[in-house]
Design a protein around this ligand. Structure first.
Ligand SMILES: [Zn+2]
Length: 352
């Protein structure tokens, strides 16, 4: 009678739709923008939300301008990237006169929205970002088994048929998770593009506005007792980053993203496919051994990080039916089922 049998048994019950997981209500929600001060959809949405001051019936909503100094200067950050400051180690760094502003600010935000890893932390943090890459709307999360985040994703995908909606999983332990949403009990970045930094586009702004509205709507229905059916969703699991070809001595880039790859985020990249076009006109190809899905292709802010694109593997993840836990409900909230993840590869044509 090993663990294997127990897992199979769970999977059978779930597959046969007999099991509903009861989870605690999502009572305290934060929507944050301006974590990167030049990603303007989130900046203007938070300003709009703060003018309205409207509450919700079944949860409290906090809206936060995460990096007001960077927003004022319309820059990504002033001294260091705020969205890399939320590891447990950085949040515990002693503050002195010479501490970068963003590290000080990350600790203020941890006090306001966390503390990270405690019962007092927000139930859900949604952090708003833009990318210059052609990624549509992506929820980026540190968990591929957070049923709240995955159900919100499923809801957005169903209700936003004209916008490509995807879920990206970064497999990083909670203590090393470096971005703002990791402070909450549940959390994701809502990343939408293409939009140049320092620019606002109505189509991208409206997609984010609708994404937030649907997220808050889902939370209200979940808290009100609506049961959400399980099913299967696709998750893009981060595999690795690829840097630009660079001059060995000067470290300056010697190639651009190849025109056949530019704007083709989430379109399956096969070994041998064009990756870069050097400034002398030579095509450099993808040398990997397995086909993977590119994303953050030619993201403006990642030149300084040495990232030309990221690559992901696509998986199918089974998610259970869920319902809010009530006093008379089953006491199995918080249980993490280990569900089978099936891998498949697909044709690009399915996605684009
Ligand atoms: Zn950002």
């Amino acid at each position: 009678m090993g663990a294997d049998q127990g897992e199979k048994s769970h999977y059978f019950h779930f597959s046969s739709k007999m099991e509903v997981i009861n989870l605690p209500a999502v009572s305290r929600v934060a929507v944050c923008g301006g974590t990167h001060g030049n990603e303007l959809s989130g900046v203007y949405l938070v300003r709009e939300q703060q003018k309205k001051k409207e509450g919700a019936e079944t949860f409290s909503l906090t809206t936060v301008m995460s990096n007001p100094r960077a927003v004022q200067q319309c820059r990504r950050y002033t001294e260091t990237d705020l969205n890399r400051c939320f590891t447990t180690a950085t949040l515990g760094t002693p503050i002195s006169d010479r501490t970068p502003y963003e590290i000080v600010r990350s600790q203020e935000l941890n006090t306001l929205l966390g503390p990270k890893g405690t019962d007092e932390a927000m139930d859900l943090i949604c952090d708003l970002h833009n990318t210059t890459a052609n990624m549509g709307l992506c929820l980026i999360s540190y968990s591929a088994c957070d049923w709240i985040c995955l159900h919100i994703f499923k809801h957005l995908q169903k209700e936003m048929p004209t916008v490509p909606v995807r879920y990206i999983h970064f497999d990083v332990p909670q203590s090393e998770a470096y971005s703002l949403e990791s402070v909450g009990k549940h959390g994701f970045s809502m990343e939408i593009g293409p939009q140049p930094h320092g620019v606002i586009r109505a189509d991208i702004f409206n997609a984010m506005k609708e994404g937030i509205r649907l997220t808050l709507d889902w939370i209200h229905h979940f808290n009100s007792g609506v049961q959400f059916d399980g099913g299967e969703v696709e998750v893009y699991a981060m595999v690795k980053n690829i840097d630009y070809p660079r001059d060995m001595e000067t470290h300056s880039i010697t190639a651009a993203i190849h025109p056949q790859l530019q704007d083709h985020d989430f379109c399956l990249l096969h070994p041998g496919d064009p990756l870069f076009l050097t400034f002398s006109g030579k095509t450099e190809t993808y040398k990997g051994v397995e086909p993977l899905y590119p994303f953050f292709v030619n993201e403006c802010a990642y030149y300084e990080k040495g990232i030309a694109l990221s690559l992901a593997r696509r998986k199918r993840v089974a998610i259970p039916s869920i319902q809010v836990k009530t006093d008379c409900g089953k006491e199995n909230g918080g249980e993490e089922l280990k569900l089978e993840e099936k891998e498949r590869t697909y044709d690009c044509s399915e996605d684009v």
